[in-house]
Design a protein around this ligand. Structure first.
Ligand SMILES: *[C@@H]1O[C@H](CO)[C@@H](O)[C@H](O)[C@H]1NC(C)=O
Length: 349
């Protein structure tokens, strides 16, 4: 009899603990729109709170009115705006699950680091995906996201000297789908085929119906092939970084580099080079082609790891040197000046 009581007590305790955990989780993530974005993805219901985070515009000139007020949900650049920086970064934030909520300005810190000590100014446009579905939902939730973002990048391409796309995980997917429209594109752990995601990822991380998964697969293939075969009217390069020891990343990578459990064919038409990561490799700063880099990492959150070990910024700088207009020349001028100063010092000594 006593045992039954204990058992009952234990069950109640467990139930209370479960509810407490759920409560704490919701409380912790509510501000970041974590659960709301999942709910929105499944139900396709729009929440104005989330839609307001769809885009954040951070111009170098903070008095800039290049975007109309209230254009957070629907992006409308002001074409009459005259003070744009030479460079525009477009950041596609990853799955809310990985970063613990919808991050509004993912990569902002890194961009600032890259441009620290240079005169090279940049504007930045940060995207989040309120539906958490590979950016495939447009603001009207008609599954027109791909056209929507591609049109935006095309438009911005006409307004800036160079457009840099950056994103991780499901953000990386959109980077790979649009890289042919930009100057430099950098994708960390991109998901090139949502169907290959494990079940828990599909439920918690990035929900994507089968028909939409096909949209991702086809567009990624077309874009990569277009870049690799140089069918563009401008130079453009796509760098993909994957964690070699991550099962999730391996599944995605096999789809393009071939191999894996199902011995997939290699997509040679899409690949310019497939190499182990080496910051000194010449292809790190090339201005064309599709380059895949494998890192000796187990984690799907490669960029965070690289950042923690201070490898991220030097790496991004390498990617950007080839196509940089201001950046390169300024650091070059600095180097040149330092060298001259050194010569002068030597002479005077
Ligand atoms: C760089 O990429 C080219 C293909 O564009 C490849 O042939 C070459 O081996 C790569 N270079 C290095 C140093 O790995």
């Amino acid at each position: 009899m006593l045992q039954w009581k204990w058992l009952l007590f234990l069950i109640i305790l467990v139930v209370v603990l479960i509810f407490l955990t759920i409560y704490l989780l919701i409380k912790r993530h509510r501000g970041h729109g974590y659960f709301l974005s999942k709910f929105s993805a499944f139900t396709r219901i729009r929440f104005s709170g989330l839609e307001k985070r769809r885009q954040t515009y951070c111009p170098a000139n903070n008095k800039c009115q290049c975007h109309l007020k209230g254009s957070a949900a629907h992006i409308e650049p002001n074409l009459l705006c005259t003070h744009r920086s030479p460079t525009l970064y477009m950041s596609f934030a990853g799955a809310a699950m990985v970063v613990g909520g919808v991050r509004t300005t993912e990569w902002r810190g890194s961009m600032r680091e890259i441009h620290r000590d240079t005169n090279d100014e940049f504007d930045a446009l940060f995207f989040t995906d309120p539906a958490q579905c590979f950016y495939l939902q447009d603001p009207d939730y008609q599954w027109e996201g791909l056209t929507y973002y591609r049109n935006l990048i095309k438009l911005y391409g006409t307004l800036y000297q160079r457009v840099i796309l950056i994103g991780a995980s499901l953000g990386g997917s959109m980077v790979c789908m649009c890289a042919d429209l930009a100057t430099v594109s950098i994708a960390f752990n991109p998901i090139l085929d949502p169907v290959l995601l494990g079940l828990h990822w599909r439920i918690m991380g990035a929900f994507c119906p089968a028909r939409q998964a096909e949209v991702v697969r086809n567009q990624v293939h077309n874009t990569m092939e277009k870049i690799n075969t140089n069918k563009n009217d401008h130079n453009c390069v796509l760098h993909i970084h994957w964690s070699q020891l991550s099962k999730a990343d391996q599944r995605q990578a096999h789809g393009v580099i071939g191999g894996g459990k199902h011995s997939k064919p290699i997509q040679t038409e899409c690949l310019t080079s497939v190499l182990d990561f080496d910051i000194d490799n010449a292809n790190m700063s090339t201005s064309s082609g599709v380059h895949i880099w494998f890192h000796r990492s187990k984690e799907h959150i490669l960029a965070m790891q690289l950042k923690r070990t201070n490898q991220l910024i030097p790496m991004l700088k390498r990617h950007l040197t080839a196509t940089s207009i201001g950046l390169n020349t300024i650091s070059h001028i600095l180097d040149e000046k330092q060298r001259q100063d050194l010569v002068i010092i030597n002479i005077s000594l």
